[in-house]
Design a binder for this molecule. Structure first.
Ligand code: FE2
Length: 328
């Protein structure tokens, strides 16, 4: 079957078209338009206006790229949550309009579970501990008894937001991750900064405050080195404990922060020590994208999942572990 998926949880409005015709996930289109600001963060109202204005163009581009017409589409899926309300609303409205006006089935899916499922199918990973690190999200996830359990997660801000905030204070643009990552390898001196792991959970706000207070007093390179060292070691520590407790033997790294060479090196080293396999999907599906939403649409539809229009309301705080995983 062929599914058209719509992603709109934060800054990106995306439309992806995916087929499973040859027995595997084939991405026919993965188009997007990202809302950017000259300075400062996202303004929810402007974000929604951006998504509404771009929806038609992005969907048309995806159909053109896939060389398909809407009549060739078997299913429309969209990210139902979690995310920013106005953004989710814009995506859901576009998906509902498309499904209703063309008489196609509609399926709302979970954004985080979509990252996991497309990562698994594209890397060949079977039963991983998933390290999902992005702007707003930081979760260590694994499948157990019908759910994707969240073994550990951030108690305050997402790790990507930590990097962007510190980067902005150092005068960098958005996203700051790539620049900080380069500086990590140039830093020479470790500066004492908070390292906050509570059980299996993580907290980054204290680390952020302490780093920002040291800007101008220490070399930026040394600060970047120390910041990334602590933040990524925290993630690696919890991931390793998840592997040990669950006896799983694979790590799947995904989310926008998966682009970090420093984080990859650290996780890879840990995996080597434990003889675990280490997987990272292509970057285009690590960041927020709509192909993953389309793929999860297919996976769920084939498992028999259906959704009535009246049940397609968005859920800003939809939890990864609230989804009944009936396809494994
Ligand atoms: Fe995401």
């Amino acid at each position: 079957m062929i599914c058209l998926g719509i992603e709109a949880t934060a800054h990106t409005f995306g439309c992806g078209i995916v087929s499973d015709k040859k027995g595997k996930c084939e991405i026919l289109a993965n188009e997007k338009d990202t809302y950017v600001t000259k300075e400062g963060g996202m303004i929810p109202r402007e974000l929604a206006e951006h998504h509404q204005a771009k929806a038609k163009e992005v969907i048309e581009n995806a159909l053109r790229t896939a060389n398909l017409e809407i009549k060739n589409i078997d299913l429309v899926s969209f990210s139902q949550g979690p995310g920013m309300g106005p953004a989710l609303q814009a995506g859901a409205t576009a998906a509902r309009a498309l499904a209703l006006s063309n008489d196609k089935p509609l399926l709302g899916v979970n954004h985080c579970v979509a990252h996991v499922e497309i990562g698994k199918t594209l890397t060949g990973s079977k039963d991983p501990i998933v390290v999902y690190v992005s702007g707003a999200n930081t979760q260590i996830i694994g499948y157990e008894k019908g759910r994707y359990r969240v073994y550990g997660e951030t108690l305050d801000i997402g790790i990507g937001n930590l990097l962007d905030t510190v980067g902005r204070k150092m005068g960098m643009g958005f996203p700051a991750g790539p620049t900080l990552d380069k500086m990590y390898f140039e830093g020479k001196k470790y500066i004492e900064l908070p390292y906050t792991v509570k059980g299996m959970d993580l907290a980054f706000a204290g680390l952020q405050t302490a780093t920002v207070q040291k800007i101008g007093k220490e070399k930026d390179e040394d600060l970047a080195y120390s910041l990334l060292h602590n933040a990524f070691a925290m993630v690696t520590e919890v991931s390793e404990r998840a592997l040990a407790h669950t006896e799983k033997t694979e790590i799947l790294l995904t989310g926008g922060v998966a682009a970090s060479k420093a984080l990859r090196e650290m996780l890879e080293k840990m995996c080597k020590g434990r003889k675990a396999k280490f997987f990272v999907p292509p970057f285009g599906v690590c960041v927020d994208n709509a192909a993953m939403i389309a793929w999860l649409g297919i996976v769920e539809f084939k498992a028999g999942n259906r959704m009535k229009i009246e049940d397609s309301t968005i859920d800003q705080r939809q939890r990864t572990d609230s989804i009944n995983v009936n396809w494994i």
